[in-house]
Design a protein around this ligand. Structure first.
Ligand SMILES: Cc1cc2nc3c(=O)[nH]c(=O)nc-3n(C[C@H](O)[C@H](O)[C@H](O)COP(=O)(O)O)c2cc1C
Length: 193
């Protein structure tokens, strides 16, 4: 559990990893993820469900300090370049949208589930995740010579939250801002129970 925010306010208690999860920008720029923890994130993604068990999720994983990490940072929007380089690992999450010339209709949905599983596993290991849609897919395509059927959907930052991170005040304030949600009654269009 990270100290920045109270537990997510839920009408009934949730499992700790869901109750405590949030997406910080303030990462400890010196923290290294242990190899087993990194492997566990991959396993969590690997064992996520997918339509027809097609398993269309693919990942490009770069540890801070590697050329892969630098290439991912270079593809981020400036607003994300302000904080993401402090993450321990950056992961490009890609969906295999076609196989054998046929579309995999649920590829992006399946990828989202795989990343959700990864996120919960990260939380259980004291790690935090923040996902990003703010990146240039063409820059990633060029950097990693991606074939057309592999679509970069998000970049996932993983690391250890650090409230004392030496970050611009604006980023610090955004991390401290209240985290809001629609009410459950807005989610359920019909609740016939
Ligand atoms: C697909 C996706 C794209 C996102 N893109 C960005 C982004 O580019 N930059 C950023 O700082 N946060 C990004 N976020 C993080 C969301 O803003 C964050 O998850 C949301 O505000 C809810 O906050 P919480 O995760 O702490 O509950 C993204 C999240 C998702 C799932």
């Amino acid at each position: 559990m990270t100290p920045q925010h109270p537990r997510n306010a839920t009408s009934v208690p949730l499992t700790d990893q869901l109750a405590d999860r949030w997406s910080p920008r303030s990462f400890d720029a010196d923290f290294e993820i242990a190899p087993d923890d990194l492997t566990a994130l991959g396993e969590a993604a690997r064992w996520a469900p997918s339509a027809n068990n097609a398993q269309p999720s693919r990942f490009i994983v770069g540890r801070r300090g590697t050329p892969t990490f630098a290439s991912i940072v270079a593809a981020l929007r400036p607003v994300n370049q302000g904080w993401a380089p402090r993450a321990s690992v950056l992961i490009v999450a890609l969906a295999e949208t076609q196989r054998d010339g046929r579309p995999l209709r649920w590829a992006e949905y399946d990828l989202g589930q795989a990343v959700a599983h990864l996120t919960v596993e990260a939380e259980s290991r004291g790690l935090s995740v923040r996902q990003m849609g703010g990146f240039d897919p063409d820059a990633l395509r060029a950097a990693f010579a991606l074939p057309p059927e592999l679509v970069p959907v998000t970049v996932v930052a993983v690391g250890r939250y650090d409230a004392a991170a030496d970050l611009p005040e604006e980023i610090r304030q955004r991390d401290a801002a209240p985290r809001l949600r629609r009410g459950l009654d807005e989610l359920a269009l019909i609740l016939d129970v």
